[in-house]
Design a protein. Structure first.
Length: 276
């Protein structure tokens, strides 16, 4: 416990953005309690009202309270972003470990596929995949995951290649230790910290990419309260009702900055290379 407290005390940037990250997570968890209105409740008589005491962020074209939709958008964006990061973390790490440990044909096939994916612009390829699958958040996650796992696979592979040359790995092989046990007990613990740091640093980027797909019409669909979709819906009324784009845009910027800085701070705290 003392070590944890000392870490927070010595790393003020990490402490600040850790608290801000908890605030964002808290907003997502307690969205129903924090929202003054139902984000899906349309009141056509209150369409496109300017920000006021009754509606601090104004209302959209259907008369829905924008503050409530932004708050619920935190939950939607955060959940889908964490799911996306988890998917690419698991898939990329698994393929990278397999490629690095077994080598040969397995390594060649996985790495050539990774090279092929990297050769295309990531967002363009994700748009193409999402276009084939159809617009919804799950397909958006699949589309981005299909082009983002390569980073984790290459990193995991390089770390496995380094670790498997260690004497204790060779001793485990000579002693007849099963392959799965070598991977789980001896290799993964030596690389999990760096992989987690990489995943934490990617949360902001993945959130922005999901919002981008929704803005382009390949992600969330109406009436889901999602920031990218809200920007898409608000661009038609940019001159008449600029608040429809201003507040969701600010929410995206704040969350992306918070999680990017939190990821960098976690890297400073956990990355073992900092002690070298």
């Amino acid at each position: 416990m003392k070590k944890v407290l000392r870490t927070f005390k010595e790393n003020k940037q990490f402490t600040l953005f850790f608290i801000l990250g908890l605030v964002v997570i808290g907003i997502a968890i307690f969205a129903p309690q924090l929202s003054p209105y139902d984000p899906l409740n349309a009141v056509m008589t209150e369409s496109l009202q300017e920000p006021s005491s009754a509606h601090p962020f104004g209302t959209d074209k259907l008369g829905r309270d924008l503050l409530s939709r932004v708050i619920f958008g935190t939950r939607t964006s955060l959940i889908m972003t964490l799911c996306l990061v988890a998917v690419i973390f698991v898939i990329g790490t698994f393929l990278g470990v397999i490629a690095g440990y077994f080598g040969g044909v397995v390594d060649a096939v996985i790495m050539r596929i990774a090279d092929m994916m990297i050769s295309f612009p990531g967002l363009v390829l994700a748009i193409a995949i999402a276009g084939m699958l159809g617009p919804n958040l799950v397909n958006a996650v699949i589309s981005i995951a299909a082009v983002s796992w390569t980073k984790y696979a290459r990193l995991a592979r390089s770390m496995v290649l380094k670790v498997k040359k260690s004497l204790y790995i060779e001793a485990a092989v000579v002693n007849g230790t099963k392959t799965w046990k070598i991977l789980l007990v001896h290799i993964l613990p030596n690389m999990v910290t760096q992989m987690v740091v990489t995943a934490a640093a990617d949360i902001g980027t993945m959130m922005l990419e999901l919002a981008s797909l929704s803005f382009l019409g390949f992600g969330a669909t109406a009436p889901t309260p999602e920031w990218g979709l809200m920007l898409n819906e608000g661009r038609t009324y940019m001159a008449k009702a600029p608040w429809l784009m201003i507040y969701p845009g600010i929410a995206i910027v704040i969350c992306v900055v918070v999680f990017n800085m939190l990821g960098d701070s976690i890297r400073d705290v956990l990355d073992p290379r900092q002690d070298q």
